[in-house]
Ligand binder design. Structure first.
Ligand code: NAD
Length: 702
């Protein structure tokens, strides 16, 4: 075995002088120069006894220069120089460059913003022709593409997700013979799977967190020995079992900066991987354009998260910030991903945020035929609540029946093509469905902002007491406006409306024609009728607030009674049911749907226990709604939220802050959360509506 050759740099000017990784936090100026020197010398001695070691001259003002692994990546007589992410380390670049030039290396420099931190993020596999690369914290994904192309090797990019392991060599260490030790939690799931697929199980070992935290993976492989700061006996046993001698050499002063043995040395005799046998797959990329209130609504951050969370990367090609509050900003992003599939996934998320893909000449949506009834083709686009257009045969058409979590079915049979949102279960074999992200655009917040008017003014905040009053004012006003123009108000309600005494006010809203349809479950009807028939709700006398003896059976007696009459309408017709919500709905001919659930007692004859039919009834009753009032039923409110397109005003009343905000948080500005007792809310709302109409309170049935 030929002797290895390393580059090291004495730590004459080493110290923790700034903070650019979690290890440095709280350690500024805490590294002891004398101890660091002793530790470095001991490590140098170990290495020099087994390999040739070149030295780089120490320089002031660049305290991390001893971490020579970050100088670049050597392969033969070529070196890809580092492009450091942080300005603090960018100062090291000229020193490394000068040293490589002096030693007659051919220098390859990545483009200015293609951050690449050398052998810290690029490690040759020792058992296969491949280069492991990392991105996520320091190097960027584009660096993998660049290095692979310039060195002609196969690069496998891995994504780092734990900032303590900010470089690949802090958590991954290929060893002679194709063995590898690594710390899986430092990587995202896809990367972990890749490692597992490409390295045979008997040649890889997942180190414990303890070993990882002591930089056991930041080890130097001299061919027969593994030199590291320290490791557990368990890891030592594994390494010995693989035939390596284990040499511990404490480097704790350098760990204060986030580096250890591997970081302190760069292998100069690297022959690297063989040239890629097959053409290196080009990373896939696409330019997107986003226009809107990018900065003040957090849209830009969401777009960036949508790219980086699934493992993609981006460069800003152009940014024009709107200077005044109402001005829109524009951004062009060059989005890159590892695979076409990953890119499609990212682009679909960006389209949901309102982005447009550039290159309109290829803008037609990609249609694929369904292969089975009830199943969408691979890669189908999932719809959002936002108005959506698709490009079919060169023309943009608006998608009908917008709702979230559906697919877009395109029919070309008639005069002009039609696109509509269809649930997966309703698709039929041979029908064409939009896939990918091409040729799709959604109209998100940027349009709604101008339209939100009075109603949306509280949308981003949870209501405090004062806000409840403001919300009631806004909702009352809106309800009057909707009724005046003949619009539709749909009310979703749970049984808490009855328990809290809110039902009489809800009845008032029904009588005053503020309810075009009611959506609920078995419980709201049962408890309402229990109250109407027995004066109790779940056995509690609502007027006295006391439990009634035997009252806990009242709701079952109610169900039984209605079942005996055959229907709620029949009980009303026969004069048995004379008041309450169900009575008013029946009397006023207001349609309703009671969706069944596994909790239901009975159920009532009207309760729809076929859930698909219940969903369809809900959908039909919601059609054309202008305002949806969701009153304390998480289950039904969530169901309704999924079916309702953006543009419909939603009011979500719940005592639980997280429920109210979650329900209202649809990314659309017309939803408002109201955190309060639903009984109180309804009483305030009814009173406010009366005040606005200047009409006295009318008694039931009058
Ligand atoms: P849910 O848990 O989905 O929603 C109840 C919501 O009410 C919660 O979000 C809660 O935070 C909120 N809430 C509680 N007290 C409140 C208050 N004072 N003011 C405002 N909000 C308040 O439950 P659900 O919608 O009542 O019922 C879920 C399903 O179970 C439904 O299908 C229902 O019909 C069924 N159910 C059946 C029976 C029955 O048949 N006897 C009884 C109960 C529920």
């Amino acid at each position: 075995m030929s002797k290895r050759r390393f580059l090291m740099c004495p730590p004459d000017h080493y110290g923790v002088k700034y903070v650019i990784n979690p290890w440095m936090e709280g350690n500024k100026s805490r590294a002891r120069a004398d101890v660091a020197r002793e530790q470095w010398q001991a490590f140098h001695k170990v290495l020099a006894s087994r390999a040739d070691v070149d030295l780089l001259d120490p320089r002031p003002g660049v305290p991390d220069l001893p971490f020579t692994a970050n100088a670049g990546l050597v392969m033969g007589k070529r070196v890809v120089l580092s492009r450091f992410r942080y300005p603090e380390r960018q100062k090291e670049e000229p020193h490394y460059e000068e040293s490589f030039r002096r030693n007659e290396f051919e220098i390859i420099k990545p483009p200015a913003t293609t951050y690449f931190e050398g052998a810290g993020d690029a490690l040759f596999d020792r058992g296969a022709d491949r280069l492991w690369m990392a991105y996520g914290w320091r190097s960027v994904l584009e660096a993998s593409e660049f290095v692979a192309a310039r060195l002609g090797v196969e690069a496998i990019p891995l994504r780092l997700v734990d900032e303590r392991f900010y470089h690949l060599d802090t958590c991954f260490c290929p060893l002679a013979g194709g063995y590898t030790i690594y710390y899986p939690p430092a990587f995202d799931e896809r990367s972990r799977r890749l490692v597992e697929e490409l390295i045979p199980a008997d040649r890889r070992h997942a180190v414990s967190e303890r070993d990882a935290m002591h930089f056991a993976c930041n080890a130097v492989d001299t061919g027969d020995a593994v030199v590291l700061n320290t490791c557990t006996e368990e890891l030592e046993t594994v390494l010995r079992g693989w035939g390596f001698e284990v040499i511990r050499t404490p480097l704790t002063e350098f760990i204060l900066s986030g580096g250890s043995a591997k970081c302190l040395s760069l292998r100069l005799d690297e022959t690297g991987a063989q040239p890629a046998r097959k053409a290196q797959p080009e990373g896939v990329r696409r330019r997107v354009f986003i226009k809107g209130h990018l900065l003040d609504t957090g849209l830009l951050t969401q777009a960036m998260d949508a790219i980086t969370e699934p493992g993609g990367s981006f460069e800003i090609a152009d940014l024009r910030a709107g200077l005044r509050r109402d001005d829109l900003s524009e951004i062009r992003l060059e989005v890159s991903a590892l695979t076409a599939h990953q890119l499609q996934h990212i682009l679909a998320r960006l389209v949901d945020l309102g982005a447009e893909l550039e290159r309109p000449e290829t803008a037609n949506a990609v249609l694929k035929a369904c292969e089975r009834d009830g199943c969408a083709p691979e890669g189908f686009y999932c719809t959002t609540i936002f108005p959506t257009d698709v490009c079919i045969d060169g023309s943009w058409i608006r998608v009908e029946n917008q709702r979230m979590d559906g697919t877009i079915r395109v029919s070309k049979g008639g005069q002009s093509p039609r696109a509509e949102v269809v649930l997966m279960r309703d698709l039929r074999e041979g029908e064409l469905v939009v896939t990918g992200a091409e040729g799709i655009r959604t109209h998100t917040r940027k349009e709604q902002r101008e339209e939100k008017g009075e109603f949306g003014f509280m949308s981003s905040q949870v209501s405090t007491e004062r806000r409840v009053e403001l919300a009631v004012d806004a909702v009352a006003w809106e309800m009057l406006q909707v009724r005046k123009r003949g619009g539709r108000i749909v009310i979703v309600a749970g049984p808490v409306v009855v328990h809290t005494g809110g039902v009489e006010y809800l009845c008032e809203l029904v009588r005053e024609r503020f309810c075009s349809a009611l959506l609920g479950g078995n419980a709201i009807a049962v408890h309402d009728m229990e109250y109407a028939l027995f004066g109790t709700s779940l056995g509690v006398d609502l007027d006295r607030g006391a439990t009634v003896r035997g009252g806990h059976h009242h709701h079952l007696r109610t169900i039984n009674m209605i079942r005996q009459y055959g229907s709620i309408d029949e009980a009303v017709r026969q004069g048995v049911l004379k008041r309450g919500l169900m009575y008013e709905l029946s009397r006023m001919g207001v349609p309703y749907c009671l969706a069944g659930s596994i909790r239901d007692d009975g159920p009532l004859p009207e309760t729809e226990m076929d859930l698909i039919r219940a969903q369809e009834k809900y959908r039909d009753l919601l059609r054309g709604a202008d305002l949806v009032l969701m009153l304390s039923s998480m289950l039904h409110a969530i169901g309704v939220g999924n079916m309702t397109p953006a543009g419909v005003k939603l009011v979500c009343v719940d005592i639980n802050t997280s429920v109210a905000t979650k329900l209202a948080d649809r990314g659309s500005l017309e939803s408002i959360p109201v955190v309060t007792d639903v009984g109180l809310f309804l009483s305030l709302l009814a009173r406010k509506i009366r005040d606005l109409q200047m009409e006295p309170h009318r008694e039931p049935g009058v």
